[in-house]
Design a binder for this molecule. Structure first.
Ligand SMILES: [Ca+2]
Ligand SMILES: [Ca+2]
Length: 441
């Protein structure tokens, strides 16, 4: 928004006293309205019995020409359709009911219309007109990439107003990410989809002293874009890189990945964001983004990350968007189980879950060293019911549903076993442990 404000004084005392139609001090302002510019002029009324005013305008130093009159004695005039880069000066002349005309006022100070000095205005970048530039604007552009977009389209994803929605519009929004401005427009109602997207951190060990933290989403609703900030404890971590995950582009759709800003001094990574560049959204489970951290602690010898708090990395400003620009509800599991990064000091067989169960359960365990692993299931009479030969496995934790042993409650020949107590037995060359579980039917 460009506001022009000029004031000039001009007077002719002689004419004032003779005609009473002298026009006093003049103030001119101009308001920008999207493409065209309207210059709104006001001036101090003439002292005599004014019927209306004549308006003379000079464009770019040319002659003053009569461009119109006011409808009555109200001392204001709107000069519409002023051209960008042109300079305007105004003179007014009071006219009384009998047709007597006063002298022309002195010319106003020149006003040059210069829309180009402002980059693309925030108002254009704010596609959904809610007062801030963020992923909600980006997804509208991403969903309409390649379309032509007339200037009067609302909302208009063609933020640079060159007539087509393309990557330049994406980049402009990306550059303004996080900016806000005052708007008198009512914010559009952001509706929330019924489905919840589950977000969680999943750490993976890289080389010793480095960890790769995935931000995983599980969505039963079509997701089109995301934006969030990550905070981390700068005493323990240094963020090295942030990379996009595969979820949004997993079906081969291109995406627009907004490179986030890493601030290691404060422990912030701001505006991690991406949008699909297709109309359709995507659902399922996968990584939104992955962050490589260096773990700073000097005592981290690959043994115990116990000094790391489960909340040492967190998410905020989470915005998940569907292809219609609707907001998906996010359920965020932020605590990180750092222990899973480091193999336990001793191998262990962990309680199966669920227990009791019918008919399926998961059997978790942990290995202190690389081992050949078997899990055997016996009934209480000592008969072997089922054997899981897991082969040679790396030291570490096997306790998620993806990594633990899954048992469907059937024996070696595929028959469902009877209700009752069963024993499960972890066997490695270095370690054995037995636990009990109960099938209730
Ligand atoms: Ca917006
Ligand atoms: Ca454009």
């Amino acid at each position: 928004m460009v506001i022009y404000f000029r004031e000039c004084s001009f007077l002719s005392l002689l004419l004032l006293y003779i005609f009473g139609l002298y026009v006093g001090n003049q103030v001119a302002t101009a308001d920008e309205y999207d493409h065209d510019t309207t210059l709104n002029y006001i001036w101090e009324p003439a002292s005599g019995p004014v019927h209306h005013y004549n308006i003379y305008v000079s464009v770019d130093g040319g002659e003053f020409e009569l461009v119109g009159t006011t409808v009555d004695a109200t001392p204001e005039y709107a000069l519409t359709d002023a051209k960008d880069r042109s300079t305007y000066r105004l003179q007014v002349q009071a006219v009384d009911a009998a047709g007597n005309v006063g002298p022309l006022s002195d010319p106003s100070d020149p006003i040059t219309v210069d829309l180009q000095e402002d980059d693309i205005s925030l108002r254009h970048l704010d596609v959904n007109q809610d007062g801030q530039i963020d992923i909600f604007d980006l997804v509208v552009v991403g969903a309409r990439l390649g379309e032509e977009s007339p200037p009067d389209t609302l909302p208009n994803p063609d933020v640079n107003r060159d007539g087509v929605v393309n990557v330049f519009d994406l980049v402009l929004i990306g550059q303004a990410f996080g900016k806000q401005y005052e708007t008198e427009l009512a914010a559009p109602t952001t509706w929330f989809a019924a489905e919840t997207v589950h977000l969680a951190f999943q750490p993976r060990m890289l080389l010793e002293g480095f960890v790769f933290v995935e931000i995983i989403a599980q969505s039963e609703s079509e997701m089109h874009g995301f934006q969030f900030d990550v905070h981390f404890d700068p005493n323990h971590f240094e963020a090295i890189t942030v990379e996009e995950g595969q979820l949004l582009g997993g079906d081969g759709s291109p995406t627009y990945w907004h490179p986030p800003a890493i601030e290691n001094e404060t422990g912030d990574i701001r505006n991690i964001a991406s949008s699909r560049l297709k109309r359709e959204g995507v659902l399922g489970k996968g990584m939104l983004a992955g962050i490589t951290f260096k773990i700073k602690a000097t005592d981290f010898g690959g043994r115990s990350p116990a000094h790391l708090s489960p909340a040492s990395i967190g998410l905020s400003n989470v915005r998940l968007v569907n292809a219609s620009g609707g907001r998906l509800t996010a359920a965020i599991l932020t605590s990180i189980d750092w222990e899973t990064l480091i193999p336990p000091e001793k191998s262990k067989l962990l309680p199966n879950y669920p227990n009791p169960f019918n008919p399926e359960t998961w059997i978790p365990y942990a290995l202190s060293q690389d081992s050949d692993v078997q899990i055997r299931i016996y009934d209480l009479r000592g008969h072997l019911v089922r054997t899981f030969a897991l082969g040679h496995q790396a030291a570490g934790w096997y306790r998620s549903r993806e990594s633990a042993v899954y048992w469907n409650g059937r024996n070696t020949v595929g028959e469902p076993v009877a209700s009752g107590i069963y024993v499960y037995h972890l066997v490695t060359p270095h370690f054995q442990q037995i636990r009990r579980m109960v099938i209730l039917k």
